[in-house]
Design a binder for this molecule. Structure first.
Ligand SMILES: [Zn+2]
Ligand SMILES: [Zn+2]
Length: 436
């Protein structure tokens, strides 16, 4: 195959034996909302990066020999009639699945099926058009063309309340976006996919949506720090990113949280330790810090373990610093059958050690279910709501696209410690409820 093949070190290999895979809802959430890792692998039906690389090098029989074939395989996973669920193998002789010409996202086996589906599909066709572009452009995150670099913050973090404020500091984003539009990989992409290149305006929007998903993590951590009154200018901080899974750690780079450095320029040191049973090996796999991290630079490390085990083995033995804040993106503990084995010990640890904790979820339903679990555990829930730094990229449910999409980090909740009896009945609280 011609040219440089962008791929990651062979050591990247997602665990397929993760204890959470089906039990604690991780698998459920990750397949419903594929993160970066799944974009290529899931669609190519490959189990790890080794296989992906071998395929690109032409070593895997029956995989693919070039980009055209790679993108074709990715597209094949979307090929089923969304009306009657027929897959290509079940079509009659001479029949082919045809794409909706408006969104180029969903397929139909017959005109009849398309007609029948339209009342449903018309509500989502516009969104699915964007998603069809995003799922291809996302490849540029894989090649390293994305994320593009951003500027040092000119306003204090507390004044940056949402994407609009963040945008205002960046100035004109057209030059970095246009640089990506004219990159050679963007050229490779549209030369090899089975659809025409969208208009530049559409591509710019798509690149932005994908970048927003990447930035959403650092910006969300920044918001969590503010909610708990933690300031890395005042003292060095340790943040544990719990339940870090394949989507956060596969392909993770040491620079993934540099936006925190631009947010808190010249800070006292920020350490992010990613902890989870499905943490993927890579450059971030290095021991956590015992002392403080370097000033002005966010230090990322990763540890493959359940959080409560990590805490017992490293934090309590002083091999890792105590967390000032614990953050979890999409823990999915609402979806779990086995909360007891997976999240429960960690949640109880967070509660009983009074650790400031912040979690994000994909949608409002998940938020409500999670809050119910926390209420049952008598957690002191301090707040919840819509995340102003939610990812802007819609994630349709692949198996039934005519449904509202999810957005990464769309909602959040945060808690600390145990709810005390008085807090429920305190006269002050009681009065607050009734005073206008
Ligand atoms: Zn059909
Ligand atoms: Zn459509």
């Amino acid at each position: 195959m011609a040219g440089h093949v962008p791929s990651l070190p062979e050591s990247f290999a997602p665990g397929i034996d993760g204890v959470f895979s089906d039990r604690a809802g991780f698998y459920f959430m990750e397949s419903k909302v594929p993160g970066l890792s799944k974009v290529i692998l899931n669609k190519l039906n490959m189990k790890d990066y080794g296989e992906y690389r071998a395929a690109l090098d032409g070593k895997t029989k029956g995989a693919f020999r070039n980009y055209k074939e790679m993108f074709q395989k990715m597209e094949e996973t979307f090929k089923f009639c969304v009306s009657c669920n027929k897959i290509p193998e079940n079509l009659t002789e001479g029949q082919t699945l045809k794409r909706c010409v408006k969104c180029l996202n969903v397929y139909y086996c017959t005109k009849e099926c398309q007609r029948k589906d339209w009342p449903q599909h018309k509500m989502f066709c516009k969104m699915l058009r964007l998603a069809a572009i995003d799922r291809l452009v996302e490849w540029l995150m894989f090649t390293g063309d994305l994320p593009f670099s951003t500027v040092k913050w000119t306003r204090p973090q507390r004044e940056v309340k949402g994407w609009e404020d963040w945008m205002a500091m960046q100035g004109d984003l057209t030059p970095p976006l246009d640089a990506i539009l004219s990159s050679s990989n963007m050229g490779v992409l549209w030369k090899n996919v089975s659809r025409p290149r969208p208009e530049d305006a559409d591509l710019r929007d798509s690149v932005w949506r994908i970048q927003s998903e990447f930035l959403s993590r650092a910006l969300t951590i920044g918001m969590a720090l503010r909610l708990f009154g933690l300031d890395p200018h005042a003292k060095p901080l340790t943040i544990h990113l719990v339940g870090a899974g394949i989507s956060e750690t596969m392909g993770a780079r040491l620079t993934d949280f540099d936006e925190l450095d631009r947010m808190y320029s010249g800070h006292q040191g920020v350490e992010v330790v990613m902890v989870g049973p499905e943490v993927v090996d890579g450059p971030i796999m290095r021991p956590p810090l015992i002392n403080f991290g370097p000033k002005g630079k966010t230090y990322i490390s990763a540890y493959k373990s359940l959080f409560h085990q990590f805490y017992e083995e490293l934090v309590e033995t002083k091999k890792a610093a105590k967390p000032d804040l614990v953050v979890g993106f999409h823990p999915g503990f609402h979806a779990t059958q086995g909360l007891g084995e997976g999240w429960l010990p960690s949640l109880l640890l967070l509660r009983d050690y009074n650790i400031p904790s912040f979690f994000s979820v994909f949608n409002e339903m998940e938020l409500n279910n999670s809050l119910q679990i926390l209420t049952e555990l008598e957690m002191n829930i301090k707040g919840s709501g819509q995340n102003p730094f939610s990812s802007q990229k819609p994630e349709p449910v692949q198996s039934s696209p005519n449904n509202p999409p999810s957005y990464c980090n769309s909602h959040f909740f945060y808690f600390q410690g145990l709810l005390e009896e008085e807090q429920v009945l305190q006269p002050d609280n009681y009065r607050n409820l009734w005073t206008l």
